[in-house]
Ligand binder design. Sequence first.
Ligand code: MG
Length: 361
Amino acid sequence: MIPFMKSHHLCCLLACFGCFIANSDSLHAQLPTGWKQHDWDRPRPAKVDVGPESPAAQPPSDAIVLFDGTNLDQWRSGDKGPAKWIVKDGAMEPTPHGGYLYSAQSFGDCQLHLEWASPEKIVGTSQGRGNSGVFLQGLFEVQILDSFDNETYADGQSGAIYGQYPPLVNASRKPGAWQSYDIVFRRPHYSDSGQLTQPARITVLHNGVLIQDHVEPVGPTSWIQFHKYAPTPEKLPLTLQDHGNPVRFRNIWIRELPPTTISPPQSPYDPVVVELTKDQIDRIVGTYKRNGGGTWEISFKDGKLWFHTIAKPLEMIPHSEREFGLKYTAGSINLEYDQENRPAKISFTMGGTTSQGTRER
Ligand code: MG
């Protein structure tokens, strides 16, 4: 359920009901996951014993600390005013009608760590027990629920991408125990004309156990309805859900991630490729004695020059008869010629190390 829908459950239900009457095709509609939301028959994830709770994890030095147990300075309420949750004993939790919490700073691609504990005293059943959630970009909910011993639908369990993907396993600890989520989030991408070019991607570890493996949400989280992707700003506030249950949070930190599609600069090992003549190739092919021991071979096969060192032969990319790059690795081979225009010396550079050798005749 996305934040603004909480007070509109009934409206959504009625609207959805009307939609089904109006269009019989919808009776057989499924989400792109292949399942309808909240199918009670969808297999539940197997339980995994993750052991007792751990002390709060230390944030890495480049993390933005969103909650260190002392204040709510990094959070706002839905009206952009001060957060209405309380801080108690190093943890924060919703107050009655406190509403959703929004991070003051907006985020896109990120690594998020948060720790949470469902109420020790069990109250309610199914989705009414220890329900909260963290919404990435305020759009994609990783469900928080007391799922330790709580029968509910598979795609609503703790660690579910709510309504879409159940967790791979149920890695829940007992109510009251601290649990951790480590989440890697990649935002969706859109073309200039607003077409989705890459869906969001979410990976989640629950108490150190992988429960979501780079899954692609089929759209922003919705409740009962299906919301398709639609362009949004690249960065949006992180949201914590107030579902009316006193779920506690501590130790929340986030690291902004660089985009996955970084174009590498032009490599100095990739200048113009030239075609060598047969004579040039014949002069280059042969054995080279490596200074300090061992030999290198240069061969010609399948129309390509190959450099034989300790590993499998490396394809040489000729930039001239003196300078060569390697096809897959940042490295170079350079030849020096004698007065008779025959290769006499060789140097091989890779990984910051250069080795020298001489032609064996
Ligand atoms: Mg929730």
